[in-house]
Write a protein that binds this ligand. Structure first.
Ligand code: NAD
Ligand code: WQD
Length: 345
């Protein structure tokens, strides 16, 4: 009997890729999403990609009644929890919205799960919990440092889950700290689809390469890095999706809770990404060096060995493959589809 999984935020960037990976691993998956940051057309594209209807519910993670109804209907065995707000700069402008969705939403989900007797959860955390790390590559033992409301919500989420498992050993929790997800599914049917001007580097470069944005601003070239620009640990979104399949298997298999970084353990600079994207797209990527961005750290790279040790997780795709898959998505017919009047503006 296939195990049943609820994928909250499953219409989003990482969630949609994880949906495909979970189906390939023979799970039965239901998506819950309020389409606050996703295009409804992703559901049709997931059906096209997987060749089967998508079980999904349009709902808010804070809607306990609808959530309880879903658990009664489907009897889920586990939850992979992606639904959250995730833009650092926006979290500074709208902290209460971030606390509401990311913390109250999590607590609401946990209450409904507990009442339904479903106590297996994979939680989307972020390298942001490290703030400005003392050590790079950064191990999971590095201390929490909240630099912004968004990072605080991920720290709070981890602390809630840690306290819950300490109080009730029936809970099995997988906490996954992603570094910098990038790239898209090889089919070019799903990918990162920022509605507004992208915050993150790769989608911004993609829009410059596509001619939708004039130039890239490189936020500082005076860091203590090989070429002076910021260094990050970019991980292909399909490698990230695979990490969730392994995390789920560990929870549903031997009930082993775990907390791991998901990264490659390798860093690449902004200018390295620009060069790789130019190779992948055969397009120019004009850029201008500007001031550092407030809150940026010089280097964020994962200590990635614990995920391999505990989950058998290893990344397979490199920066060139991330850029090539991103370009195929951006140049394809589906990225930035008109969200339609009722979609998120
Ligand atoms: P995303 O915005 O593409 O996906 C989040 C999904 O959640 C969207 O489809 C959105 O519509 C949905 N959602 C938001 N609020 C909701 C609510 N109240 N009720 C129901 N659905 C809601 O973001 P993503 O990049 O796929 O990130 C997924 C998760 O991974 C988030 O928790 C994020 O914090 C975390 N994360 C992302 C990154 C990154 O760089 N993308 C890095 C580390 C961690
Ligand atoms: C990467 C590098 C920038 C844009 C963010 C969030 C983090 C997580 C991942 C959710 C940096 C430089 C960027 C640009 C640039 N999200 N850059 N020009 O800041 O490492 O992490 O996304 O959990 O919480 O903080 O990613 O892609 O914004 O920046 O020079 O237009 O690219 O300075 O060195 P970041 P990023």
């Amino acid at each position: 009997m296939a195990e049943k999984i609820l994928l909250t935020g499953g219409a989003g960037y990482i969630g949609s890729h994880t949906y495909v990976a979970l189906l390939a691993a023979s799970y039965e998956v239901t998506i819950l999403d309020n389409f606050q940051n996703a295009n409804r057309s992703v559901i049709d594209r997931l059906e096209q990609l997987t060749g089967q209807p998508v079980s999904f519910a349009e709902a808010d993670i804070r809607d306990a009644t609808t959530l309880a109804g879903l658990f009664a209907e489907y009897q889920f065995d586990a939850v992979v929890h992606f639904a959250a707000l995730k833009a650092v700069s926006e979290s500074v402008e709208r902290p209460l919205d971030y606390f509401d969705v990311n913390i109250s939403g999590l607590i609401n989900l946990l209450r409904v799960m507990d009442a339904a007797g479903c106590r297996n959860i994979v939680f989307s955390s972020s390298a942001t919990v490290y703030g400005v790390p003392d050590e790079t590559p950064t191990p999971e033992t590095a201390e929490f440092r909240a630099m912004n409301p968004y990072g605080q919500t991920k720290i709070s989420g981890e602390q809630i889950l840690n306290q819950l498992t300490a109080a009730d050993d029936r809970w099995n929790v997988g906490i996954l700290r992603y570094f910098n997800p990038a790239g898209a599914h090889d089919s070019a049917l799903i990918g990162e689809d920022p509605r507004d001007i992208p915050n993150n580097l790769m989608p911004f470069i993609a829009k410059v390469a596509a001619g939708e944005l004039e130039e890239l601003q490189v936020f500082g070239d005076d860091y203590d890095t090989p070429d002076g620009t910021g260094v990050r640990d970019y991980i292909h979104v399909d490698d990230l999706a695979k990490g969730h399949v392994l995390s789920l298997a560990a929870l549903l298999g031997d009930g082993q809770s775990h907390l791991v970084n998901l990264g490659t353990g390798e860093g690449h600079s902004v200018l390295e990404m620009v060069s790789a994207y130019k190779r992948a797209s055969n397009r120019d990527v004009p850029y201008r060096i500007t001031e550092r961005r407030a809150g940026d750290v010089p280097v964020y790279v994962a200590r990635a060995d614990k995920a391999e040790e505990i989950l058998g997780f290893k990344t397979e795709r490199n920066l060139d493959e991330m850029c090539a898959s991103s370009w195929k998505w951006i140049a394809g017919p589906h990225s930035s589809e008109d969200p339609g009047p009722e979609e998120k503006g």
